[in-house]
Design a protein around this ligand. Structure first.
Ligand code: PSU
Ligand code: MN
Length: 324
């Protein structure tokens, strides 16, 4: 006989305890595990000690982020779906299962119900991870770059559900701005319209994921460090319940020049149009093409960004927890 419907959300005991005790918790997404990074092993992409080069790169990354959050003094809560159950807090075996599953779906908010009912597995995007944060009152979430308004949105309004999710979940999302494949000025305008502050961490420039940004695109406020950022987040949530996009520029050493990234993206986009790539497939397609075009330099930048954001997320979560 079939077992009863599985509980839709399972919280790892470690995460439940930390939340109940008001300790620092940092949520992590898994779309980057299932659809973001290559599945081939990659030699230490950016000289990071926690990188296991015997693992497929996607899995090595999730393992590294878990470790970085812990080293930063917070409890990682990796979110992902296994056989229809949404897990908040995934252990190594669960990450391995999801990372090796070639049938894993890319799950945005709209996809959670269908995947749960069909007992599917999948990696959660920023939007779907934010839904879990909202349900469990997790206040900090670290990712690479959020989705946003895609280029050519006037032809086809491809706007990531990440923006709508940020507009409703009171969560600080640490991100290197938004992904460089997007229309970044339009994305910043959309965040503005949704009432989501863009808080530059040690910068007044909106980061462009692979590059550090410049004076052509700014943020709505800046903080010098995690402590000041936490104070701004707390004050923000006294007035309204929207998320805060904490824009953390990529580490200097691994950032790429804007022009170089731009020409790669232009080429990848032409290819996407030629191949008729649409909807949820657009982001993974473009990331894959850009990664291949640079022979791993964008992979290094991507990993460096994610790791830096995980560490920054831990620092921010600790500041928020300390303030109660
Ligand atoms: N940034 C990356 N790799 C990724 C993503 C972002 O460097 O895999 C994922 C995030 O999970 C984000 C999603 O939420 O892409 C956005 O997809 P879409 O544009 O289809 O909403
Ligand atoms: Mn889209």
């Amino acid at each position: 006989m079939r077992s009863a419907t599985p509980a839709p959300i399972v919280i790892a005991p470690e995460v439940a305890e930390a939340l109940a005790g008001g300790k620092a918790v940092v949520a992590l997404e898994t779309a980057v595990l299932t659809h973001g990074l290559p599945r081939q092993p990659v030699k230490r992409p950016c000289e990071l000690a926690g990188w296991d080069e015997s693992l497929p790169a996607n899995l090595a990354l999730s393992v590294l982020l878990d470790l970085s959050v812990r080293t930063g003094g917070a409890v990682p809560a990796t979110v992902g779906m296994l056989d229809g159950t949404l897990h908040v807090g995934m252990d190594r075996a669960q990450l391995e299962r999801l990372g090796h599953d070639t049938a894993a779906r890319k799950l945005s908010t709209r996809d959670l119900g269908a995947a749960a009912a069909q007992r599917a597995s999948g990696g959660t995007t920023v939007a779907a991870t934010l839904a879990a944060c909202e349900a469990l009152r997790i206040r900090v979430f670290a990712t690479g770059g959020i989705g946003g308004v895609h280029r050519h949105w006037t032809d086809r309004p491809d706007i990531s559900a990440d923006l709508a999710a940020l507009a409703r979940a009171p969560v600080a999302v640490i991100s290197a701005g938004a992904k460089s494949i997007l229309d970044l000025p339009a994305t910043v305008e959309a965040l503005d319209a949704l009432g989501v502050p863009v808080l530059g961490l040690g910068t007044h420039h909106f980061p462009r994921f692979f590059s550090r940004g410049d004076s052509s695109l700014g943020v709505s406020c800046s903080a010098k460090d995690a402590r000041e950022a936490a104070a701004i987040c707390r004050a923000h949530w006294q007035f309204t319940g929207t998320g805060v996009l904490v824009a953390n520029p990529p580490p200097e050493r691994w950032a790429l020049p804007t022009d170089e990234v731009e020409s790669m993206i232009a080429a990848a986009m032409l290819e996407a149009v030629r191949e008729g790539i649409r909807g949820a497939a657009v982001t993974p397609f473009l990331l894959d093409r850009v990664q291949r075009a640079t022979g791993g330099r964008t992979v290094a930048a991507n990993v460096a960004v994610l790791e830096s954001n995980a560490r920054t997320g831990a620092a921010l979560a600790r500041e928020l927890a300390a303030a109660g």
